[in-house]
Design a binder for this molecule. Structure first.
Ligand SMILES: Cc1cc2nc3c(=O)[nH]c(=O)nc-3n(C[C@H](O)[C@H](O)[C@H](O)COP(=O)(O)O)c2cc1C
Length: 367
């Protein structure tokens, strides 16, 4: 069974566990001749890496990526690219308790029910350490996109922490890298910092909403019915640990609009390309990109490993209580931002390759 892979032509398979010697990704289907080196991939991994502020887990992982195959003289060869990241800062003794008890809200109980065996150290395969491998694969996708779709820019940011959203009127792309929350609103980031500090100290955690926007996406990516771009994006984002909801464009709120309000009216632009009055569709119609920004949002639940005691049961079915020690993210939404970006990059590259395969340069012209 191949349940650790995603993508059609640009196919990523991840492997490894939190407290094993290493984890990584096998990236198959990358076009040849894409300039890649470890430093380029490291740039993206450093954005996800733990311990970068007091608002993320204090696990100290270098997340140093090694390229084991598929790259020769600085370029992809078209053969599988094997990426490996060694685990260097495991503290398995922190996880003694979860060998016997199931953390409420974590995957301990379902892994046990399904397999009857589990590597409980750090959550094993269910640990979000796995997402480091996706970010490395996303780095390869970004490098390929730079040549196949120049001008395409993928940016992730947090738009909500707990019940507090950003003020869209203060949205500033340049602010995103300036605060530990990847927030486009400096004021919201300042409020979140105070709130999260209090929550963290009280042994609690909080959820978040992350938005990922791809600007400069060519029109025509995606296919009708089962090959919809939005279907693949939703699946990709939903596969990220702790994600419980995904929206494209207006998302759930579209249900509250009328047809008049929701219509993205179409005009002819000066450069001969269509322009739209709004983007309720999130850049996708009929499963196919319109050329507008592709906008995806996902809801991340609060971290389940918390210091506040929670009731649970043991493997033998006894009533118990659990306090999850170890080093955990008080708001996993923060480190999910670069992961969402990586998934967007992988899906868009996959659809560009699919489009080239089926349609080539043939496109319906307007005007
Ligand atoms: C970047 C990132 C970091 C995470 N860090 C933690 C963590 O420190 N502690 C924890 O209990 N869960 C953490 N999670 C969430 C768990 O991995 C996730 O809840 C678990 O695998 C169960 O899967 P589910 O929540 O998707 O059902 C993190 C998730 C992401 C995306």
């Amino acid at each position: 069974m191949s349940l650790n892979s995603f993508g059609h032509l640009f196919r990523v398979t991840t492997w490894g566990e939190s407290h094993g010697p290493a984890l990584g990704a096998t990236v198959d289907g990358c076009p040849p001749g894409v300039a890649i080196d470890e430093g380029m991939l490291q740039h993206w991994l450093d954005r996800r890496k733990p311990g970068q502020s007091k608002f993320t887990t204090q696990r100290r992982e270098a997340d140093a990526v090694e390229i084991l195959s598929g790259v020769f003289e600085g370029q992809t060869t078209g053969t599988p690219v094997q990426l490996m990241i060694r685990n260097t800062d495991q503290r398995s003794k922190d996880y003694g308790d979860i060998a016997e008890k199931f953390r409420p809200g974590h995957a301990d109980i379902t892994y046990w029910q399904k397999y009857g065996i589990r590597d409980y150290r750090g959550g094993g395969r269910s640990s979000a350490r796995e997402t480091a491998a996706r970010v490395a694969a996303g780095g390869i996708a970004r490098a390929a996109l730079a040549t196949l779709a120049p001008g395409l820019r993928i940016t992730g940011y947090m738009v909500q922490m707990g019940a507090q959203g950003i003020d869209r009127a203060r949205f500033d792309w340049d602010e995103i890298g300036n605060n530990p929350f990847w927030a486009p609103d400096a004021q919201a980031a300042a409020h979140w910092a105070t709130d999260l500090d209090e929550l963290r100290k009280s042994g609690n955690s909080v959820g978040a909403v992350v938005e990922v926007t791809a600007r400069g996406v060519p029109a025509g990516l995606g296919a009708p019915v089962y090959g919809k771009l939005d279907t693949d994006l939703a699946a990709a984002m939903m596969s990220i640990n702790a994600v419980k909801g995904v929206e494209i464009g207006e998302g759930m709120a579209a249900a509250t609009l009328t047809g008049v309000e929701n219509a993205d009216e179409i005009f002819m632009g000066n450069d001969g390309q269509p322009v739209y009055s709004s983007n309720h569709a999130g850049g996708i119609l009929g499963g196919i990109s319109t050329g507008q920004d592709v906008v995806v949002r996902f809801a991340v639940k609060p971290t389940s490993s918390i210091l506040t005691p929670r009731r649970t049961i043991t493997r033998s079915g006894e009533t118990s209580e659990i306090v999850t020690k170890g080093r955990h993210d008080p708001c996993v939404g923060i480190r999910a931002v670069p992961v969402g970006e990586a998934m967007m990059a992988c899906v868009l590259l996959d659809h560009i390759l699919l489009h080239r395969g089926q349609v080539g340069e043939n496109r319906g012209k307007i005007g």
